[in-house]
Design a protein around this ligand. Structure first.
Ligand SMILES: [Zn+2]
Ligand SMILES: [Zn+2]
Length: 292
C-alpha cells in the first residue's frame, strides 16, 4: 500500500503533529501560535506561546521542561501552559524541580481555565471534561465573527434590498451586524467516547484520540483504560457533525495498513471522506486501502 503525500494543511489551518499512544502526542497550529499537548518537541514547537495540555500523563506533558528551556535559550519570553485546574500546583512543583536540576530559571505561566481564555484575533478557548484514568479535559477554540443581522440577510436574499442599501445603512450609523461564534477546533486528548462533548462534535475540525482499532482489545478493555475503540465509533459515527476529523493517538501495535483497513471496514465512505489520520509524525488523508 503506497500512501499519498503527507498533509500539513486542513481547513484554514497549518497543522503539524506527532502522536503515538503511550509515547508522545503534540499537535501544533503554528498560524495560531498554539499547540495541544507537549509530549515531545518538534521543529515548530519552540515559537509556540500557548500550550493546551489535556492531562498529566507523560506522553502528553513530558516535554514541558524542554520547551520552557528551549524558548529561554533562543531568547523568547515565557509561554503559557494551560492544564486541568486540579494539577496546576503539581505542574508548578514539577517545573520547580526541573529548575533545581537544570540550575537555571525556567520562566513560564501555568494556568487553569475557569470560564474562557481570550486568545486574540477573535478566538477564545473553553474546556470540556473528558473521561480518562486521571483528571483530564478537552479544549474548544471558538471564533467570533461579525455577520449581517439575519433579517437583513433574508431581505438581501429575497432581493428586497441591495448591497448598496446595506452600505447606506452602515453610513447612516445603523446597527446592522450581530456577533456570532462558532467552534472552530476541538481537541479531545485521551478519553472514552462519551467524554467528547456535543460542542466538540459540532466543531469544524475535531482532533480525537483513536487508540484501539482491532480485535485484540475489546471495547470494554478500551473503556477501562480510558480510551476510544474504533468499534464504538462505528456505532455512534452519526453523532459527529464535524467538517474534518483528525484521528490521533493510535496504539503503536498497529501498522499503517492495518489502521487504514480497519477504518475502511468499520466506517461508511460518507464519514471517511472527512477523516485524516495523524500517525507518528505524519498526517494522511484517509484513502480506500483496496485501491492502493
Ligand atoms: Zn496518551
Ligand atoms: Zn493518558
Amino acid at each position: 500500500m503506497e500512501l499519498r503525500e503527507t498533509i500539513t494543511r486542513i481547513g484554514d489551518h497549518e497543522i503539524h503533529l506527532r502522536s503515538i499512544a503511550g509515547i508522545n502526542t503534540t499537535i501544533i497550529f503554528p498560524g495560531m501560535g498554539m499547540m495541544f499537548d507537549i509530549g515531545t518537541i518538534l521543529p515548530k514547537s519552540t515559537k509556540i506561546k500557548r500550550v493546551f495540555i489535556s492531562h498529566g500523563h507523560m506522553d502528553h506533558i513530558g516535554a514541558i521542561g524542554l520547551h520552557i528551556s528551549h524558548r529561554a535559550l533562543t531568547g523568547m519570553d515565557r509561554a503559557t501552559y494551560i492544564v486541568p485546574g486540579s494539577i496546576v500546583g503539581k505542574v508548578e512543583t514539577l517545573i520547580h524541580s526541573f529548575q533545581g536540576v537544570d540550575e537555571s530559571e525556567l520562566r513560564c505561566q501555568i494556568l487553569g481555565i475557569d470560564d474562557r481564555m481570550d486568545m486574540g484575533n477573535s478566538y477564545y478557548a473553553t474546556t470540556f471534561k473528558t473521561n480518562h484514568r486521571v483528571d483530564s479535559q478537552g479544549y474548544i477554540i471558538w471564533k467570533n465573527k461579525t455577520v449581517l443581522k439575519p433579517e437583513l440577510k433574508e431581505k438581501l436574499q429575497q432581493q428586497l434590498i441591495t448591497q448598496k442599501d446595506i452600505q447606506e445603512y452602515r453610513k447612516a450609523g445603523m446597527d446592522i451586524t450581530v456577533l456570532e461564534h462558532g467552534a472552530e477546533i476541538a481537541y479531545t486528548g485521551d478519553t472514552t467516547l462519551d467524554g467528547i462533548s456535543a460542542e466538540a462534535k459540532n466543531a469544524k475540525i475535531l482532533i480525537m484520540e483513536m487508540t484501539f482499532v482491532g480485535d485484540d482489545v475489546s471495547i470494554e478493555k478500551a473503556r477501562e483504560r480510558g480510551h476510544i475503540h474504533l468499534y464504538e465509533l462505528r456505532d455512534n459515527f452519526d453523532t459527529f457533525k464535524n467538517q474534518y476529523i483528525i484521528m490521533t493517538h493510535f496504539s503503536p501495535r498497529y501498522s499503517i495498513p492495518k489502521i487504514f483497513s480497519e477504518l475502511y471496514k468499520n466506517l461508511p465512505p460518507s464519514f471517511l471522506e472527512k477523516v485524516y489520520l495523524g500517525i507518528g509524525d505524519r498526517i494522511f488523508k484517509f484513502e480506500n486501502p483496496v485501491l492502493q
